[in-house]
Design a protein around this ligand. Structure first.
Ligand code: UDX
Length: 439
């Protein structure tokens, strides 16, 4: 099958290579000529484990190529996946649909033969039907260019695995013909026994935002209880472990800390609320306002705890921040809790030095006022407080004994509850962790 993937960001680049890995002929399309040039040469534009190999293997096999032309895409593909971003619209909670609309306006006038346009981006429910009307107006083949929705659940850091072996496949279609085409596209995933939920367009759109809203709620739930633990002198870690053993709850996404960030969860719950309001059911999603508020509070709580640890004054204090990416195994700093906290510490007068194994360039571009260190020792050297904000394995593997002499005052705040804090205490560090009692 000949497939185009339009938008080669975190989602589209990996999806394009994944489709080629399934044996399809794939053309990846993006408006950014620099990105397309690099991808064409097999150079990755994002940090994603396993992606460089997947990309090169499929380019070398001749199944994967790249272009900046939507006209070429229209001529090439039987199926067109739309993978462009739907960021938060400035000044509102709603999703900004300008990139999706621009793709449709650029692609549809060139669609001269029957094809399937498949949305993967996270969108407000109702978008697929609106796009179907738009495409049938704009395209020479009219309604023969059909629309389907196939939400993407991939997690950054696991994008290759989630693309090649997804937990589930969700396809939303308006005709049995479209459903058959998608079954063909994903035959290797379906044959591998992956659960497949075939549904209508609106349900498929809603599955994605509902899943993200549920995950965000789970994280904010444990962070809310963490605040209560701190106030009551209780310990969130054994509490979370006890909750997680209930198989109805499960242990994942129950790690307390500075909460969720990234390009998806924060803006998706806001866009979901905005859409519910348009649909006249805003009260149904009112709880998400609190989910968002608890998440923001978790970041503020980390800053306050850092200040408490530094005798209530941040002015002029040297602080080492471990982590800049919104989560480990990613160089993505969009809405990163780590950088939010680092910036707040800086704005309250601290001298902050940030380390991250992969995200320093992106962090520097987004937060130029902060200082950065290329190795962990340099970040910790002379610090009066270390704040652990992104749970990269290298930080868990740090030997607290060998770095204790680097700090000017050995104090550490584990704002991700990922370190073995007893080991740090035994090595002479004064330790605090979010939601855990003072010892
Ligand atoms: C998310 C969804 O998981 C994915 O299905 C969707 O396609 C895109 O959005 P992603 O943004 O890559 O994926 O990150 P995810 O692994 O879900 O983590 C989101 C945030 O939650 C991170 O900032 C992470 O640090 C935080 N988190 C996660 C917690 O604070 N506590 C936890 O227990 C788990």
């Amino acid at each position: 099958m000949r497939i185009t993937v339009i938008g080669t960001g975190y989602l589209g680049a990996v999806h394009a290579a994944g489709m080629a890995e399934f044996g399809h002929e794939v053309l990846g399309v993006d408006i950014d000529p620099v990105k397309i040039e690099r991808l064409s040469q097999g150079q990755t534009t994002i940090f994603e484990p396993g992606f460089p190999e997947l990309l090169r293997r499929n380019i070398d096999a001749g199944r994967l190529s790249f272009s900046t032309s939507l006209e070429e895409a229209a001529a090439f593909g039987d199926v067109h996946f739309i993978c462009v971003g739907t960021p938060q619209k400035p000044g509102t909670n709603a999703a900004d649909m300008k990139y999706i609309d621009a793709v449709i306006h650029g692609l549809a006038p060139h669609l001269h033969r029957p094809c399937l346009v498949v949305g993967k981006s996270t969108v407000p429910v109702g978008t697929a039907r609106r796009l179907a009307r738009l495409i049938s107006e704009l395209s020479p083949v009219g309604a023969e260019a059909e629309v389907a929705w196939n939400p993407e659940f991939l997690r950054e850091g696991f994008a290759v695995q989630d693309t090649l072996q997804p937990d589930r496949l969700v396809t939303g279609t308006a005709s049995s013909r479209a459903e058959l085409v998608l079954k063909d596209v994903y035959s290797s995933v379906i044959d591998a026994g992956t659960p497949h939920i075939a549904t209508d367009l609106a349900t498929a759109e809603l599955v994605k935002v509902s899943a993200n809203a549920f995950l965000a709620t789970k994280i904010s739930f444990i962070n809310a209880i963490s605040e209560v633990c701190e106030a009551a002198g209780a310990d969130i870690m054994p509490l979370a472990a006890a909750l997680g053993h209930d198989s109805r709850i499960g242990p994942r996404f129950l790690v307390p800390g500075v909460g969720f960030g990234g390009g998806c969860l924060p803006k998706d719950i806001r866009a979901f609320m905005a859409r519910a309001e348009e649909l006249g059911v805003s009260e149904a999603l009112d709880f998400l306002r609190n989910v968002d508020r608890v998440n923001t509070n978790s970041r503020h709580n980390a800053v306050d705890l850092a200040e408490t640890m530094l005798e209530d004054s941040l002015t002029g204090k040297r602080i080492a921040v471990l982590g800049a990416a919104f989560k480990p195994n990613s160089d993505d700093v969009r809405d990163s809790p780590a950088l939010h906290v680092a910036q707040a510490l800086h704005e309250r007068g601290a001298n902050v030095r940030v380390h991250d194994p992969e995200a320093i360039d992106n962090a520097r571009a987004a937060h130029p006022a902060l200082n950065y260190a290329l190795d962990i020792d340099k970040a910790i050297e002379g610090s009066e407080l270390v704040v652990h904000l992104t749970e990269w394995p290298v930080y868990r593997q740090l030997d607290p004994v060998s770095v204790v002499g680097l700090a000017s005052v050995p104090r550490i705040l584990d704002a991700r509850n990922a370190l073995d804090i007893d080991r740090w205490r035994d090595a002479g560090w004064k330790v605090r962790a979010m939601g855990r009692p003072v010892r």
